[in-house]
Design a binder for this molecule. Structure first.
Ligand code: LMR
Length: 395
């Protein structure tokens, strides 16, 4: 006696877009990078690495619960920086996870087992899947103010006030960069202020970094999490290779736990391994092996960094082109924040009725929260999208 469940809003939109046979259709939905032709290419560095693996790999036997250790080391260095004091002190332990989402879930299970009464505080808004992913652990989720849809800017005062009121021992979930869905990131001053509050009020920071390299640069995008890791005694941090390596379907990510001592880090690791074993036994290997091959080879790494930079620069240009295209309709000021924000997303702040009409009448697909994926604002479509937006807003 099973009744059907509603579909995931982001993935359901992806399916609806695929079924639309209009030649005008535009995908501004799911957070997947696309080129000018609407394709999500395999990066050149990835193709080279896969070729090497094909030629050199001699077994597909199990690797282990924590995944591939070379990869784990590279992921913690990518997030924290190779010379970070916490790494030198061996206070960070890292396990490979099934994508960033897998890392979030393992971290959630860790919190639920060690501190079942803790609440996870998320930003308003946050990634739509944070709630089911973390809520499924049984933990309670509550929210802090973060973004002002009317101005397209951070609500810095609201955020600080709300975080200052979080009870001791609770968890604060932040986005390392490229905030999903708003595109509005924490400033260095806000990272500092939040770090102070976390230390003073004994909150556990939990940082989700799914888009490292898509905002200002690989190193720059980790500045906030690195600063925080220098000052807090404990922290959880997840990073993903879905977007920056284009490895979406390979489910490649890592969870780093920063503990107050090396002994504690070792103890936490045993919990992470027990949780992983009970959930998926072991993470998938192929994506991690690709990333380790790229990051372990100076030439391949440089090819990858160029490709990452090209994706970043293109999305920044498309943000500017979108706002320019809106000038003709007197909407450049209203949506000017899109050009000031970074990463893959912005939140247009338009009504649900406008979003529905964009889809039904213009075949332009936007997530129900009014989030757009700026990678879809391609050169050949941007004028059409601006026209569609102007027409539906005016109607
Ligand atoms: C998104 O936010 O669109 C991406 O992170 C993809 C997803 O799984 O939701």
């Amino acid at each position: 006696d099973v009744s059907p469940m509603p579909g995931d809003p982001i993935l359901a939109l992806m399916a609806a877009y695929r079924e639309d046979d209009s030649p005008n259709k535009v995908d501004l939905g799911v957070g997947v990078y696309q080129d000018d032709d609407g394709n999500t290419p395999v990066l050149r560095a990835v193709a080279h690495a896969e070729q090497r693996l094909l030629e050199s790999q001699t077994t597909k036997s199990y690797v282990g619960i924590a995944g591939f250790e070379d990869f784990n080391g590279q992921m913690q260095a990518m997030l924290f920086g190779e010379r970070h004091a916490a790494l030198a002190d061996r206070r960070v332990t890292t396990v490979q996870t099934a994508g960033g989402s897998g890392g979030l879930r393992v971290a959630g299970e860790l919190i639920a087992s060690l501190r079942p009464d803790a609440t996870i505080w998320v930003t308003t808004p946050t990634w739509a899947n944070h709630t089911p992913l973390l809520g499924s652990t049984g933990l309670e989720l509550k929210s802090v103010r973060y973004y002002d849809t009317a101005t397209g800017e951070l609500d810095a005062d609201g955020l600080i006030e709300d975080v200052a009121n979080i009870p001791e021992g609770d968890v604060l979930l932040l986005h390392g960069c490229c905030h999903n869905p708003t595109g509005a990131d924490l400033t260095p001053e806000l990272w500092q202020a939040l770090t102070e509050i976390c230390v003073r009020n004994r909150l556990l920071p939990f940082v989700d970094t799914a888009y490292q390299g898509f905002a200002d640069g690989l190193e720059q995008d980790a500045a906030g999490v690195r600063y925080m890791a220098e000052h807090v005694p404990e922290m959880l941090a997840v990073n993903s290779c879905s977007k920056n390596f284009g490895l979406y379907r390979e489910r490649t990510g890592a969870l780093c736990a920063l503990a107050s001592s090396e002994t504690d880090a070792r103890a936490v690791r045993t919990h992470l391994m027990k949780i992983t074993r009970s959930m998926i036994s072991m993470p998938p290997d192929h994506g991690a092996r690709i990333v380790a091959t790229i990051l372990g080879d100076a030439q391949l790494k440089s090819v990858w960094l160029d490709e990452l930079g090209a994706m970043r620069d293109r999305m920044a240009q498309q943000r500017r082109d979108f706002v320019s295209a809106l000038e003709a309709y007197g909407l450049a000021d209203r949506f000017g924040f899109v050009a000031r924000q970074t990463g893959m997303f912005s939140l247009l702040g338009i009504d649900r009725e406008v979003i529905d009409r964009l889809r039904d009448e213009w075949h332009v697909y936007i997530v129900g929260s009014s989030r757009i994926n700026v990678a879809g604002l391609t050169a050949s479509k941007v004028a059409y999208i601006a026209e569609a937006l102007a027409a539906t807003i005016a109607a």
